[in-house]
Write a protein that binds this ligand. Structure first.
Ligand code: 26Y
Length: 818
């Protein structure tokens, strides 16, 4: 059937073409003489998948033979985006695929666009997981990811009359060629019921009699590394009804209802929770968390037991990474498995648990830390609640021995929060049971030590680490910006930077070279053209390529201050309107681009989206302004939209109130693509400043240590006149919807400006003016742009993952021989 080379599928265009035609006929079931772009995409994907599977098998066999310590990355969210474009790059077969297709009359780029995004996550945390999977594979680490196979990913955003509406993302509608359903890899997951005490082998044991069982079925997604044959696995679980018969319902003759009830099991993996305020304490959320954790741990323990019979070796073979608190019930589940199923003593079990877990937190706000009401826990997971009590009791005793009877501090640190409603604090549980805890930038980690987890830091300073996030240059340069990729390789005379990203620093030597600058500007222009076309298709607005493309794309949130951006645009509009003709000629034309989803239950965030549309309507239709200023909102922002927008941007904004963005990773993607940053000294930006120098960025606003004082003074200090003026324009209905925008304006006036838009406004405008001045000097701007890319190496997820591997997980590469 397929032509084999040394036991492997061949990658030359002729062999690829044969494979594609084979899949057209036998997988897609279309005639090889007549198939369309989508069918060609399917057949191409299956041909690529075959190659992934070969490597996947070899890698898994190799891991099994070598039996190294493995990392299991537990995350409830993965934002993988498209797989085809990434796979052909990592396999090194893009050109061959393109040639094979062109002879069949298809264009590779067109087919790649056929694929929808796998959007099984909300934002930064979820895309970080995806970048880290790419680095784990590329660096040959023996790692697996575990998550949930949601049927509905993150909602699709549609805009009607400027308002956000949410639509379900039924991403599996057209099939998913990248996953492999493992019907034989399934585990029962139990819920509800009660706990009894029994005597087993003369020992008293707790026995959980569950009330409901749901089956978890594995779907494997191969993740190829770049420049290696190593291909790791992302195993996602789907809920299916359990095989066990509900005899009673069947006997009572209620056959139809019995089936309908069984089918309800599938609800568990139906839908991703949006990062919202309304999710707290929801039963389905807890069930999702436990479902995914229980199936993953059964799988991990089974794999361990295949090779080992002494659980004391477990920490030498297994590292379990908690991606935020979302999977933290796994510490309790592992305890339960060791105690109740493996019948290990408490001491031995606890010793094992404490050596395997590591915990990364992605938030700054104490109120964003997950809590689960205790009575909900008791209903859904009664045995787990008992274990949590036991863990907490032991912890409190240990703590009392160390700090005495400081009850205020004891109650702050307790895993159980007392009060009218008792809660389980998932973060405290994770810290107590993990051997390392880390934040996602240096500044964030300092905040954890001095504020959020101060008590724990005092107790266990050795547990705390910091790991600055990173993003993968494979996806964010090679896949999304092929022209820049070619340019970099040409000037560095090597492609090695794709896996050794520190080499990018050599670009500095050429930053002022006119020849490089000419090519650099051409690349930017091509990418701006692509973006301009997209903007026109999506919003009908025609934009000038001479204008500076100024972009803010990320989830909409008050602390990220898109409102500040829009108020800045209004100010710019107002200034231009009031200018003499002679001054207008000096204005640097701008296209301001905003994109992002508001959490469905977050009213103010939704109003910010509407305001953006209302202001855009006014400005874009003002013929007096023309190309001097445009404002566009890009709907349904997701990974593949980011791949298009980032390379085409000149300037990008990361303007959160200092002390609120744990890290931020969007900035790193822009940096890699030579876009200049206009940013506050928040999260990872502090480290970007160190790397490329404040002189190559536009930094503004209050510093982290100034924010608390400014907040105290906020109610007594008047905001600057310019700020009051633009807010007044919104308030007075200059952009319409006067009543609707009232509550939005209230968030920044009358002493309630919590995110300090008013006090940062003047320095924001100064930074914007500095960006305008720099843009006029094309050589200077281009040099800053080259230096941004040159300094981006430190923000590769390869660096982050190497650091985790060495200092947190204790794992080593396990490379498949070529
Ligand atoms: C549903 C709920 C529990 C929930 C779901 C998702 C809560 C939070 C989240 C996501 C949080 C998140 O994305 N945090 C971001 O993580 C990035 C990666 O570390 C950081 O760069 C970014 O600053 C942080 O906001």
């Amino acid at each position: 059937m397929f032509e084999l080379m040394d036991g492997f599928l061949k990658n030359d265009p002729v062999s690829l073409q044969k494979d594609i035609l084979h899949h057209v006929e036998y997988t897609v079931a279309r005639s090889r003489f007549s198939f369309d772009d989508f069918e060609a995409y399917q057949a191409l994907s299956h041909s690529v998948r075959d190659r992934l599977i070969e490597r996947w098998h070899d890698t898994q066999q190799h891991f099994k033979k070598k039996d190294p310590k493995r990392l299991y990355f537990l995350s409830l969210e993965f934002l993988m985006g498209r797989s085809l474009s990434n796979s052909v790059i990592n396999l090194g077969i893009k050109d061959q695929c393109a040639e094979a297709l062109s002879q069949l009359g298809f264009e590779y780029e067109v087919l790649a666009e056929q694929e929808g995004d796998a959007a099984l996550g909300n934002g930064g945390l979820a895309r970080l997981s995806a970048c880290q999977m790419d680095s784990l594979a590329t660096l040959d680490f023996p790692a697996w990811g575990y998550g949930l196979r949601y049927q509905y990913g993150l909602f699709r955003q549609i805009i009607i009359d400027g308002f956000q509406h949410e639509q379900p993302d039924y991403w599996l509608n057209f099939g998913n060629p990248w996953e492999i359903e493992r019907v034989h890899v399934s585990y029962p997951v139990k819920f509800y019921g009660s706990v009894k005490e029994e005597v087993v082998n003369g020992k008293k044991c707790k026995v959980w009699i569950p009330g409901e069982t749901v089956e978890a079925v594995a779907y494997d997604n191969p993740i190829p590394g770049y420049g290696t044959r190593n291909t790791i696995n992302l195993r996602l679980w789907a809920a299916k009804p359990s095989e066990g018969l509900d005899i009673e319902s069947y006997n009572t003759g209620d056959y139809i209802n019995a089936i309908v009830n069984r089918q309800k099991a599938e609800i568990i993996s139906n839908v991703l929770y949006p990062d919202d305020r309304s999710y707290q304490g929801k039963e389905l959320r807890l069930k999702q968390q436990y479902f995914f954790v229980s199936a993953s741990l059964q799988d991990i323990v089974r794999r361990f037991k295949d090779m080992h019979n002494n659980f004391d070796e477990f920490p030498d073979k297994v590292a379990l990474q908690l991606n935020d608190t979302h999977p933290s019930i796994s510490v309790v589940e592992l305890m339960r498995m060791l105690l109740d199923e493996e019948h290990l003593s408490w001491k031995r079990s606890w010793n094992i648990v404490c050596k395997v877990f590591t915990f990364t937190t992605h938030t700054v706000l104490p109120e964003a830390l997950e809590k689960v009401p205790m009575d909900l826990f008791e209903t859904v997971l009664p045995r787990h609640l008992q274990i949590i009590y036991d863990i907490n009791f032991a912890f409190m005793e240990e703590l009392k021995n160390k700090i005495g009877k400081d009850y205020v501090r004891l109650s702050r640190m307790s895993i159980v929060e007392e009060g009218a409603v008792k809660n389980i604090r998932m973060a405290n549980l994770s810290i107590v049971c993990s051997h390392t805890v880390n934040g996602v930038s240096r500044a964030h980690s300092e905040l954890l030590k001095t504020r959020v987890f101060m008590d724990f830091y005092e107790l266990w300073p050795e547990k705390f680490q910091y790991k600055t996030n990173g993003v993968t240059q494979r996806r964010w340069i090679v896949v999304s910006n092929p022209s820049l990729c070619a340019l970099i390789s040409k000037w560095l005379r090597t492609e090695s930077w794709i896996h050794d990203v520190d080499l990018l620093t050599h670009l500095k030597n050429h930053a002022s070279n006119p020849e490089l600058q000419h090519e650099w500007k051409m690349v930017k222009k091509i990418n701006k053209m692509r973006l301009a076309e997209y903007i026109e298709t999506m919003s009908g607005v025609k934009v000038s390529l001479d204008a500076m493309f100024d972009v803010q794309i990320k989830r909409i949130h008050e602390y990220k201050r898109q409102f500040l951006n829009i108020l800045g645009v209004i100010h710019r509009y107002d200034c231009i309107k009031n200018m003499e003709e002679s001054d207008r000629r000096k204005v640097v034309p701008r296209v301001c681009i905003i994109g992002g989803k508001a959490p469905p239950g977050y009213e103010i965030a939704k109003k910010i989206i509407k305001l953006c549309h209302a202001v855009a309507e006014k400005i874009n239709n003002d013929t007096d302004i023309g190309d001097l200023l445009k404002l566009v909102f890009i709907p349904d922002y997701n990974v593949s939209v980011a791949e298009l927008v980032i390379p085409g941007s000149d300037l990008s904004q990361h303007i959160s109130t200092a002390g609120h963005e744990a890290s931020g990773t969007g900035s790193m993607k822009f940096l890699m693509n030579g876009c200049l940053l206009l940013a506050t000294a928040d999260g990872s930006t502090n480290e970007i400043i160190e790397e490329i120098g404040a002189e190559n960025m536009f930094i503004f606003g209050a510093k982290m240590n100034e924010v608390p004082k400014l907040r105290e003074k906020e109610s007594t200090i008047k905001a600057p006149l310019q700020f009051r003026r633009v807010v007044r324009m919104v308030r007075d209905g200059y952009f319409g919807f006067k009543d609707y925008f009232k509550s939005l304006c209230d968030t920044v006036e009358n002493g309630k400006d919590f995110y300090l838009l008013g006090s940062d406004f003047t320095s924001y405008l100064e930074a914007q003016a500095a960006a305008d001045r720099a843009y006029v000097d094309k050589e200077k701007w281009c040099k800053m742009s080259v230096l941004s890319t040159a300094g981006s190496g430190r923000f590769s997820s390869d660096r982050t993952i190497e650091d985790y591997a060495e200092k947190t997980w204790g794992i080593k590469p396990c490379k498949l021989p070529l």
